[in-house]
Design a protein around this ligand. Structure first.
Ligand code: MOS
Length: 772
């Protein structure tokens, strides 16, 4: 059979994207569409006293102004689970009162006939406020820090084993340093956008979201519309990186305004508005303590993070989340505390926790290597954890040592001088750095529907979405292999809340979550067709055993005699059927969080019932996972060139070797890791969302001031994979790869800069001014 999984096939949606045929949330042509322009607060804390609605209404094209005085009342959402819909600001449903809790908060929406008219009226809107003194500084408010409960996905925020303090005192060599990371903003290419249209009491929403199912659930709860009357589409999404994982006010304000003014309404944020109104990564200060013997073996690890959240929700950046499992050490202490500030609420951003936490820990490991006079790769090898010592469970699979070895070869680690500042290329200082990468391998319950048509093509429906990562493509490969069809005979449809419930595109979980039910649904169809042939006297397979028959090349045929068989089309034609369908749900979670059974009579309950007779689902669900923890690992290396006079940094080469289980598509997988690497490069060298220290408002509100790596910055990047299937995560053996690529990058670059210059900069980003 001609398996397509693993092959570097082109994106199935590539042509639609480059020709403009792919429709993003803001691009739907809706009849009679009106345009909503947000009015955002210009103060950081206080109350709105007066909004001059009358004056705005006199402006050309203005249909009306929605404010807290005239908008509809909303219902508070109960849940805070991103999988089933998480509103980012649970204590600040938009426009429900006159309070202002951060700069750039929605206080009104102007609706007009054109976008320009709405923007003009919003820009000249007269607002008077009653100002109060905000909490604006991070370090200056540490006294108000408190200990939060759990983090995202139930992550523990306080962890301990052994006695870290005593072990630290007895250690031969110690490190005790503080690392700082700034606020980062996601800046997905596509700004947040929503179009909402009511048809009587039925609501249709086109949204830029990482979860159509989540938005459907939230809109239903918050607006009080039954789920079956709430339809959400996100067929194409221009990146999310976590910013579209939680739902923001624009997604509520569009249907609110559409109802109020009895017109379909579009709200499309400007880049400047995204910075305050659609999430960010929190600022952190992390104290790392490391204690090791003279042999380099860690005896104690301490990771104490102070981070910040808003007054409108609680989000914990669990920077220490990987610290208790990444290295072997008998003594560990991980702490997190939080300060509330008058800033827009933070949210997950590509590898929330690990991205900043591994930066601090991995720079500290580099500092320890220098103190020990030990090679940084050897130090990591010496402290390799063979199991998760905190949870006392085995890893489902782990080939991290191979990653270090292959990465070291790829970057030319042998050329690295242990002595900083001693290697030159022309007048530039050369440095090499390494860091470990890790991210959990998440999988959650998901469902899918498969249909085989009499003309020989097949279709998959799944209520997940492709946020730009390649989900359409890899799921086409998964389905094609299960059907035994070439990829061009399979159409995968996503991004529609009426499809069977698929995973949220967050936590790097989509491939591992929706791949198995898509595969199982397709195999379910094949099994039905095989059974039909066996029972059919007109079939060459009549009376054969099901286990002796396989699908391949659009046919079903005997395993050991492929000539004996017939096409799917022939089986269906004799039966007079135009299609065969199957649905499957795999209720599997790598976090031991199986979903509760669906309510009786619901579409989802039908899928669960059918899944009980699906052999692929049954085998998958029976796999014993409770004794394992699921993580991906990698080693990331950087080679940098630093100008000693100017402090300018050029990343010359990156080598990154990942152990992520099965590689489903080498091209999209490489692309995901490259994206993570560039994200990490931005973290390390350029990106920083700055606040005015006096009034707490964001001053870096566009891509001219918030710098991200551009083509000219991009080095040679060598991406490699171990390609060993994970035997426990799923029959496909693939773990997710959306986030791990960022997790070692900032540290690898920071460590390379130290190797080049002998200067240890412990606050990101490492800009030239900090080096000279
Ligand atoms: Mo991701 S930051 O979990 O969307």
């Amino acid at each position: 059979m001609n398996e397509s999984l693993g092959k570097p096939i082109d994106r199935v949606d590539g042509r639609a994207k480059v020709t403009g045929a792919a429709t993003y949330a803001a691009e739907y042509q809706i009849k009679n569409l009106a345009y909503g322009a947000p009015v955002l607060s210009t103060i950081t804390k206080g109350r709105v006293k007066f909004i001059d609605v009358d004056q705005a209404k006199k402006m050309p094209g203005v249909i009306g102004v929605m404010t807290s005085e005239n908008c509809m009342m909303l219902h508070s959402p109960a849940g805070s689970d991103p999988g089933s819909g998480k509103f980012a600001e649970k204590d600040l449903l938009p426009l429900q009162n006159d309070r202002v809790l951060y700069g750039g908060q929605y206080i009104a929406v102007v609706v007009a006939e054109t976008a320009e008219q709405a923007e003009q009226a919003a820009a000249t809107m007269k607002v008077t406020y009653e100002e109060q003194k905000p909490m604006v500084g991070f370090e200056t408010n540490f006294a108000a820090a408190y200990q939060p409960g759990s983090g995202l996905g139930g992550a523990k925020t306080q962890e301990k084993r052994g006695d870290a303090d005593t072990a630290m005192k007895m250690a031969a060599v110690t490190i005790d340093e503080t690392y700082k990371t700034p606020v980062y903003s996601h800046n997905a290419m596509e700004p947040h956008a929503t179009i909402a249209e009511w048809n009587g009491d039925k609501l249709t929403v086109y949204d830029a979201t990482q979860s159509v199912i989540g938005v459907q659930g939230l809109l239903s709860t918050i607006l009080g519309v039954p789920k079956e009357n709430t339809q959400v589409y996100a067929l194409y999404i221009g990146g999310g990186f976590g910013s579209k994982g939680f739902t923001w006010a624009n997604t509520l304000l569009a249907p609110m305004a559409a109802k109020q003014f009895n017109r379909p309404v579009k709200i499309e944020l400007k880049r400047q508005q995204v910075f305050s109104a659609a999430g960010r990564r929190t600022q952190t200060q992390q104290k790392i303590g490391l204690g090791a013997g003279a042999d380099g073996k860690l005896q104690s690890i301490k990771h104490d993070t102070i981070t910040e959240t808003s007054f409108v929700d609680e989000f914990v950046e669990t920077a220490g989340v990987a610290t208790s499992m990444i290295y072997s050490s008998p003594n560990i202490e991980v702490k997190h505390s939080l300060v509330r500030l008058n800033r827009g609420t933070p949210c997950p951003m590509r590898a929330p926790g690990e991205a900043v936490g591994m930066y601090a820990l991995e720079v500290a490991m580099d500092e320890l290597a220098y103190k020990l006079k030990m090679d940084p790769v050897k130090l990591r090898m010496a402290n390799h954890s063979d199991m998760d010592e905190q949870k006392k469970k085995q890893f489902s699979s782990k080939y991290l040592k191979d990653c270090y070895q292959r990465g070291a070869d790829a970057i030319g680690w042998a050329n690295r001088s242990a002595e900083p500042g001693t290697t030159k290329q022309g007048n530039l200082l050369v440095g090499y750095g390494v860091a470990t990468a890790t991210y959990p391998a998440n999988r959650s319950a998901s469902s899918a529907k498969a249909t085989l048509f009499a003309d020989g093509h097949a279709e998959i429906l799944c209520g997940t979405q492709d946020i730009g990562t390649g989900t359409y493509t890899v799921m086409t490969q998964v389905a094609a292999d299960a059907f035994g069809l070439p990829v061009d005979k399979v159409k995968v449809k996503l991004g529609d809340s009426s499809y069977p419930k698929g995973a949220q595109s967050g936590g790097s979980q989509v491939s591992a979550s929706v791949g198995p039910p898509i595969r199982a649904a397709a195999l379910g169809v094949v099994s039905k067709v095989i059974k039909m042939a066996i029972a059919d006297e007109g079939s060459p397979l009549h009376g054969k055993k099901e286990e002796d028959i396989i699908a391949g090349n659009g046919r079903i045929q005997l395993k050991n005699n492929p000539d004996k068989g017939e096409s799917f089309a022939d089986v269906l034609r004799r039966k007079g059927m135009d299609k065969v369908e199957a649905q499957a749900k795999t209720n599997v979670s790598t976090r031991q969080q199986q979903s509760a059974p669906a309510p009786d009579g619901s579409p989802e309950a039908k899928i669960e019932a059918e899944s009980k007779t699906n052999a692929a689902v049954q085998a998958d669900e029976k796999t014993d996972r409770k004794d394992y923890v699921f993580h991906s690992f990698g080693a990331q290396f950087a080679k940098v060139l630093v100008d000693p006079d100017l402090g300018t940094i050029r990343v010359e080469k990156i080598a990154s070797v990942m152990d992520i289980g099965t590689v489903m598509n080498l091209k999209t997988a490489t692309n995901q890791i490259m994206g993570g690497i560039l994200f990490g490069m931005g973290m390390a060298l350029m990106e920083e969302t700055r606040y005015d220290p006096n009034n707490g408002r964001i001053v870096t509100r566009d891509l001219a001031q918030y710098l991200v790596p551009v083509h000219a910055d991009i080095p040679e990047i060598d991406v490699q994979f171990i390609e060993k299937p994970d035997p426990y995560i799923s029959p496909i053996g693939a773990r997710g790869i959306g986030e791990i690529g960022v997790t070692g990058m900032a540290a690898a670059i920071a460590n390379a800069i130290y190797n080049a210059t002998g200067k240890r900069v412990r606050d990101l980003p490492i800009t030239p001014d900090k080096l000279i």
